[in-house]
Design a protein around this ligand. Structure first.
Ligand SMILES: Nc1nc2c(ncn2[C@@H]2O[C@H](COP(=O)(O)OP(=O)(O)O)[C@@H](O)[C@H]2O)c(=O)[nH]1
Ligand SMILES: [Mg+2]
Length: 392
């Protein structure tokens, strides 16, 4: 399962974002648990369920909206010079090792400084936060590789690059990314000869490629317009920025659980269905959130997860079935599973995700919508419903 790490400075709203993203109604989630422990949980990518095309609903989605699980890690706050052991330091950076992508939650309101201390709204420039977090992440990577560089470079000199790639694999960084960068940034092929500066340059590029970052500009509900405009401008500079109110999303998920509102995570608005039992303050709070949602098109939390999964990590959702006519498994469950795969994956890749034995014994696949046999090299499309034929 893909993993997204939530990083950022203290008090930017990381834990609120994490909680709101992982607090799923069991019914929506179709998943036995959502919070694994305090800082690891299950969040969901939202998509339109293929059962909307059938006469019957599948029972695994909510009003035709499907939620596919991903893992989320709430990494402790990063402060400037965290890589030197400042603040909670390296131990927490090492949490990032496992992440496929990073959501950097920044405080768009500028009401906390770089160490997370509360200041007057608008006082701290959130653009600085984007820079220093990026720097900390690349310094982290540099340090981890540099730590035993002598040993690695000695081995590389004798046995070639494999030891280097093994080291990177331990950081969940793949060989192709590394090779691509060595060529692209024109570093010497003899990696063992790299100077500290060259290793640093490589780390700067590698972190961006291997742990791509989504910027979540949180606390938009209290952020000065000027900050929001400047942060959105980053979208033109190759960053992806999503505006959020994590607090707002958390409130909505609780209200939905208690039957006060009708809301599916990622909806642009919600309906209040049970006004009784709400006092004026609570009602005002809900209307305040409604106002923010109107302005930014929702609370942004689900949009951020979807952007990380579908745009940044470039995944597609695919549904394996046994019966390609009825879209069921062998027990008659309609569209029982959804899987996220990297764009460019083939039916055999899907077979391996279902079960390694099915992958090993894969013969061919059927694209259920077109009722057509597809070959080994077929590139799975988003929302495909696929029957896998194997010898097992
Ligand atoms: N106004 C506002 N406050 C928020 C929002 N999200 C989080 N906060 C507040 O920011 C403070 C820090 O949040 P927390 O999630 O603990 O931050 P962390 O240190 O990054 O994990 C808390 O008081 C939250 O209630 C938001 O969207 N809007
Ligand atoms: Mg926290």
């Amino acid at each position: 399962m893909i993993k997204i790490g939530i990083a950022g400075k203290p008090n930017s709203g990381k834990s609120t974002f994490f909680k709101s993203a992982t607090l799923a109604d069991v019914e929506i989630a179709n998943y036995p648990f959502t919070t694994i422990d305090a800082n690891q949980g299950i969040a969901f990518a939202r998509s339109v369920c293929p059962c909307n095309e059938l006469d019957v609903h599948c029972g695994h989605c909510k009003d035709g909206i499907r939620f596919t699980p991903i893992e989320m890690i709430d990494v402790a706050g990063l402060v400037p010079d965290a890589h030197l052991g400042k603040g909670l330091g390296n131990e927490f950076l090492d949490n990032l090792r496992q992440a496929d992508a990073i959501i950097d939650v920044i405080d768009a309101s500028g009401s906390t400084d770089e160490n997370g201390n509360i200041v007057e709204v608008g006082r701290y420039d959130p653009l600085k936060e984007v820079d220093f977090i990026e720097k900390e992440l690349s310094m982290w990577l540099y340090n981890v590789i540099h730590r035993d560089w002598n040993k690695i470079s000695r081995k590389m000199r004798q046995d070639g690059l494999n030891i280097f790639f093994d080291k990177l694999a331990g950081l969940n960084i793949n060989r192709q990314d590394a090779i691509y960068l060595i060529n692209k940034i024109d570093l010497p092929d003899e990696v063992y000869r790299w100077s500290d500066e060259e290793l640093m340059l490589f780390s700067n590029h590698l972190i961006k490629k291997s742990k791509p970052i989504l910027i979540v500009a949180n606390k938009v509900d209290i952020a000065p317009e000027e900050n929001i405009a400047r942060l959105q401008k980053l979208n033109e500079k190759g960053y992806k920025v999503i505006l959020t109110t994590a607090d707002g999303e958390l409130a909505l998920r609780f209200a939905e659980k208690r039957g006060i509102i009708k809301y599916i995570p990622g909806d642009k608005d919600f309906d209040i269905i049970n006004v009784e039992g709400l006092n004026k303050k609570q009602l005002d709070a809900l209307y305040f959130i409604k106002g923010i949602m109107k302005k930014i098109g929702g609370t942004g939390v689900q949009e951020a997860i979807n952007t990380a999964v579908f745009d940044i990590l470039n995944m597609v959702v695919v549904y394996p079935v046994e019966n390609e006519k009825k879209w069921t498994d062998k027990n008659g469950n309609i569209l029982p599973d959804s899987f996220l795969l990297k764009r460019g994956s083939t039916p055999r890749d899907l077979a391996y995700q279902v079960h390694s034995e099915i992958g090993d014994s894969f013969l061919f696949a059927i694209d259920s919508r077109r009722n057509m046999r597809v070959g080994e090299n077929y590139e799975l499309k988003d929302n495909d419903v696929i029957k896998i034929v194997s010898t097992k």
